[in-house]
Design a protein around this ligand. Structure first.
Ligand code: ADP
Ligand code: MG
Length: 606
């Protein structure tokens, strides 16, 4: 007898299950996606023991007839594609016909279903690979799939599951992501009989983000919407201050399918370039629509990765649209966030986290504001920490109409940047605003200005070089000299003229004239450090960006320079003309703003 055997179907399904079903959250994902493919508008997810005990998904979709139900637990049985060419343009979430068969082999499963127009429904059960027969059963229109005791017959797999609360969190994460992608579908989620997450069918994308992540984030988002050559992008980007260490809050949806993709992570990194600390990841919620023929979704069993057929072109379109939105986010640091308000203190003392924050009502949701006319005091009927009412009271009708974000724009547009200014510790500039005051870090702002101007020069091929009368010599290692020689041309492009002078010396002949009091040696040392740190030959563009950063930093007005009134004014005016002047190139804030409402809070006037 030969040694090679064709594996029995149960074993094959268990092997497939290893790829498709990793944990309860994968069950949730597959079942909810099936419900969506069936055209459901209301989906209910009931969980027990973090989904390990039970996942049940109930939908009001098309349902199945008895013949289809009989095949539901069969491997590679799907109603969603029938021939190989269908794989070229997949529009449904499922298509591999593996999910139910996998679950049937590693859990105790039951499906109850009825199609509209049929008098009765049907049920079928599967347990550890044994599939029962189709029985008539009373059922509402739609489908209910119940998966109990996941991995009960594969103890090795079960061991890898984490605690109930971790598994629950992952299940919830899946539901929330799917809910974000599907306007028009309502979701109800329970755990142990308690409601844990709901979304109503009529909620739009923004409403869903708000429900999931709270008002502070959702109110700060800026919308992106673009359409270009078959690429459609719609969604929201958050100001850089919401950035985090991981990419968990970068949510991309491609034709309704959630996905994680390296290319898209890079797209966001580029869009936020210069506004984020290295190592921080932006927050964004984005829906991408492409002709299904332009992506291959069949490269990963859980379909979490895809392959784009025209990645390069798409990259450019997306970065451009996103960058525009990113620069218009509110990057100032709200002074409010620095104040030790009562509820913050209480939250901290009780060990509670700040999230979810009491949501700030949006303009539309906010009732009329009543300002009582008490001389010298501003009283607010609404509890929301908004500058609006006090602005009105302060006699600035233009401000009264706006949200905080619009108010910022209004400030800079109508601002003539007149003094008086107060310079504190030769480092900070304080000035009054229509609705409060701001504190500007003069060094951070000047750094941003220098950096942006140098970047613009490079882009426009308009770099003006200041030649040094006497070249500045910088001693370094042989390796450094060699490395610098490789980059000589790229550096010349950005106005840094440096060349080897002997084996361990570099000679600096010129620097961009934008640099005030240039510190040639400092610039070269930074440059060497950047090249060493990158280890391999880095992309010229990245090096240039970094060199511009460090050069801008080395030449800017240092903390400690006394500035005249007109120095300050000219700095503010020029900075206001930049793409963004709210952070320095290292993404530290350039200014902190306090509204009158902040002050009232700080002085316990409300
Ligand atoms: P796939 O989704 O890849 O087709 P599944 O194993 O998830 O494979 O499902 C197998 C088939 O069962 C589907 O193609 C569909 O016809 C049917 N089905 C599964 N869930 C539902 C549901 N909730 N409503 C209607 N039909 C369903
Ligand atoms: Mg499926």
């Amino acid at each position: 007898m030969g040694r090679i055997q064709v594996l029995p179907e149960v074993v094959r399904n268990q092997i497939a299950a290893g790829e498709v079903i990793e944990r309860p959250a994968s069950v949730v994902k597959e079942l909810v996606e099936n419900a969506i493919d069936a055209g459901a508008t209301r989906i209910r997810i009931d969980l027990e023991e973090g989904g390990i005990g039970m996942v049940r998904v109930l939908d009001d979709g098309s349902g199945m007839d008895a013949d289809d139900l009989a095949l539901a637990f069969e491997g590679h049985a799907t109603s969603k594609l029938s021939e190989a060419s269908d794989l070229e343009h997949i529009a449904s979430l499922g298509f591999r016909g593996e999910a139910l068969a996998s679950m049937g082999s590693i859990a105790r499963c039951r499906i109850l279903t009825r199609q509209a127009g049929q008098d009765a429904g049907h049920s079928i059960q599967a347990e550890g690979g044994r599939v029962g027969s189709v029985e008539p059963a009373a059922a509402p229109v739609g489908t209910s799939v119940e998966i109990r005791d996941l991995f009960y017959n594969t103890p090795a797999r079960r061991q890898f599951l984490k605690t109930t609360s971790t598994e629950l969190a992952r299940c919830l994460d899946v539901v929330q992501r799917i809910a974000l992608a599907h306007d028009g579908i309502g979701f109800v989620t329970t755990h142990g009989g308690k409601r844990v997450f709901d979304v109503e069918p009529e909620m739009d994308f923004h409403g869903r983000i708000r429900r999931t992540f709270g008002g502070e984030l959702s109110e700060a988002l800026v919308e992106v919407s673009t359409q270009s050559g078959g690429i459609e992008l719609q969604g929201y980007v958050a100001p850089p201050r919401f950035s985090r260490r991981d990419t968990a809050r970068q949510m991309w949806f491609l034709n309704g399918r959630m996905l994680r993709d390296k290319l898209l992570i890079r797209v966001l990194r580029d869009a936020y370039h210069g506004f984020l600390d290295p190592g921080r990841q932006p927050v964004a919620f984005l829906r991408l629509r492409l002709d299904p023929a332009r992506v291959d979704v069949n490269v990963h069993p859980a379909k979490a990765e895809v392959r784009f057929r025209d990645g390069q072109r798409m990259f450019g379109v997306l970065v451009k649209a996103l960058r525009e939105a990113v620069v218009s986010t509110d990057m100032s640091t709200p002074g409010e966030s620095l104040l030790e308000t009562k509820w913050r203190r209480e939250a901290r003392e009780s060990g509670a986290s700040y999230l979810p924050l009491p949501s700030r009502p949006s303009q539309g949701a906010m009732g009329p504001i009543v300002v009582r006319d008490v001389p010298g005091r501003f009283l607010h009927e609404d509890a929301a920490p908004r500058p609006v009412a006090s602005a009105e009271a302060a006699g600035s009708p233009a401000m009264a109409a706006g949200e905080a974000g619009q108010a910022d724009a209004a400030w800079s547009k109508t601002d003539s940047f007149q003094g008086p200014f107060l310079q504190v510790a030769r480092t900070y500039i304080v000035r009054e605003l229509p609705d409060g005051f701001e504190i500007i870090d003069q060094h951070a702002l000047h750094e941003r200005l220098t950096y942006e101007l140098m970047r613009r020069d490079v882009r426009d091929h308009a770099v003006v070089v200041q030649r040094l009368l006497i070249p500045e010599m910088v001693e370094c290692t042989r390796a450094d000299v060699k490395r610098m020689a490789e980059f000589q041309e790229d550096l010349e492009r950005i106005g840094i003229l440096v060349e080897p002078f002997g084996e361990t010396t570099l000679a600096v002949h010129g620097l961009p004239n934008r640099l005030r009091n240039p510190d040639a040696e400092g610039v070269v040392r930074d440059l060497i450090e950047i090249l060493v740190r990158e280890g391999k030959l880095p992309q010229a563009e990245d090096v240039i960006e970094e060199v511009l950063h460090s050069a801008a930093c080395r030449s800017s007005i240092m903390a400690g320079d006394v500035l005249s009134e007109s120095d300050i004014q000219s700095l503010l005016v020029r900075a206001s003309e930049l793409e963004s002047d709210q952070t320095c190139p290292h993404s530290r804030p350039t200014r902190v703003r306090f509204t009158l409402a902040d002050l009232e809070k700080a002085f316990h006037r409300r």
